[in-house]
Design a protein. Structure first.
Length: 129
């Protein structure tokens, strides 16, 4: 239990660095967590966000895909084509539940980062269309 608490505390310190704009420090922290816990969904998502902010779209997309595959019902992994979104004070689009809208630019051939066809986006949770 001590290791889990230590990892959780380190995760929150890393997120704080990310939020304060220390992207190098945050990247270093996310990578360290993933070395010890490669399936840590929250870290995969947050590191994916950092990489997306840097326009490292292929790697970010891989991390988001991995997170959704590991925990399709995790609140930060959910996605939709529907909803009502408003711009927050930072310019992000959020729905009424506070979730961010994230989009992925397509290349000239209509493919997602990493060459995946757009109609084969993130995996759907089991039992969903």
């Amino acid at each position: 239990m001590g290791q889990a608490r230590t990892t959780e505390a380190f995760f929150y310190k890393t997120v704080a660095k990310h939020q304060q704009g220390d992207l190098r420090g945050a990247e270093k922290g996310y990578r360290k967590i993933l070395r010890h816990a490669p399936n840590n969904v929250a870290t995969l998502i947050n590191f994916g966000i950092l990489l997306k902010e840097r326009d490292e779209l292929t790697k970010a997309f891989e991390l988001f895909t991995q997170a959704v595959s590991l925990a399709p019902e995790h609140a930060d992994s959910l996605y939709t084509r529907a909803g009502s979104f408003r711009q927050d004070n930072l310019g992000n689009l959020r729905n009424t539940g506070g979730f961010f809208l994230q989009g992925w630019p397509l290349d000239a051939n209509g493919r997602l980062p990493g060459g995946r066809p757009a109609n084969q986006g993130l995996p759907f949770p089991a039992g969903r269309p």
